[in-house]
Write a protein that binds this ligand. Structure first.
Ligand SMILES: NC(=O)c1ccc[n+]([C@@H]2O[C@H](COP(=O)([O-])OP(=O)(O)OC[C@H]3O[C@@H](n4cnc5c(N)ncnc54)[C@H](OP(=O)(O)O)[C@@H]3O)[C@@H](O)[C@H]2O)c1
Length: 235
């Protein structure tokens, strides 16, 4: 039996990933910083709920104790993320972005996965086939954002792409340090969720596909890769 923890799984891509992995036979822990939303999501899916705020050391440490008492962990999906849009759903551009806003985004999108992975590493290393999926973004690609011919070129935000590019580098470095682990960064594609005010052009079913696939990767599968549903992406 494979046990999987998904951070930020009370809605959006995390919830859909949880739904699919429960259907695939995984024991799934829904990580949610809000107890009511997390419990409701877990009850709907036949999953377990664990309180988990990825920006809070004490919350993450308590989640480790809960998951350990439940029997351990095989798969960690670092899904919780924020884009930091304005109140009217605008992207914060280069002229407006402040160090403080950038720090807030990095706290969730970069330090969050590092905090959670570091804390769960002892449990993962006890698994026969440990897997980590870091939910990145196509906007993490330096190659794509620097190419005027690419559709991602016009994205004006600074903090979000920078945070996901940093997460990609964290993924590469972890993959080399922990060869027994399969750890990959994935790009779900532009998906209609609360993150973007539901402006995304894909459904959550489509977006979750690569997350679900890489959560189920076997010991011979890729590690240190950056992928969308069609294959490897340029860094
Ligand atoms: N949607 C897209 O087009 C797209 C494209 C590429 C990548 N992604 C990535 O996909 C992931 C999931 O995003 P989504 O589109 O599904 O957005 P979403 O519907 O807004 O879901 C984000 C989830 O993250 C949780 N979260 C935020 N901060 C957290 C924290 N400090 N601790 C724990 N949970 C926290 C949210 O919890 P609350 O409900 O409590 O806020 C929510 O459950 C993100 O990493 C995002 O960057 C999305």
């Amino acid at each position: 039996m494979t046990t999987t923890l998904i951070t930020g799984a009370n809605k959006g891509l995390g919830f859909e990933t949880a739904r699919r992995l429960v259907a695939a036979g995984h024991t799934v822990w829904i990580g949610s910083r809000d107890a009511e939303r997390g419990r409701r999501a877990a009850d709907r899916l036949g999953a377990h709920f664990v309180p988990l705020d990825v920006t809070d050391d004490a919350s993450v440490a308590a989640a480790v104790r809960t998951v350990e008492a439940g029997g351990g962990l095989d798969v960690l999906v670092n899904n919780a993320g924020v884009e930091g849009r304005t109140a009217d759903n605008g992207v914060v551009g280069a002229a407006e972005v402040t160090a403080e806003e950038m720090r807030t985004l990095f706290e969730t999108n970069v330090f969050g996965p590092v905090r959670v992975t570091h804390a769960f590493l002892p449990l993962l290393r006890r698994s026969a086939a440990p897997v980590v999926v870091n939910v990145s973004s196509g906007l993490a690609s330096l190659t794509r954002l620097a190419d005027p011919a690419d559709v991602a070129y016009g994205y004006p935000g600074v903090a979000y792409p920078a945070s996901k590019a940093a997460l990609n580098m964290v993924t590469v470095q972890y993959a080399k340090a922990f060869p027994d682990l399969r750890i990959n960064a994935v790009e779900p594609g532009f998906t209609a969720t609360d993150l973007n005010g539901r402006t995304g052009t894909q459904t959550v079913e489509e977006g979750a596909e690569i997350i679900v696939r890489m959560a189920q990767v076997g010991p011979d599968g890729p590690t240190g890769a950056y992928l969308d549903s069609a294959g490897p992406l340029p860094w």
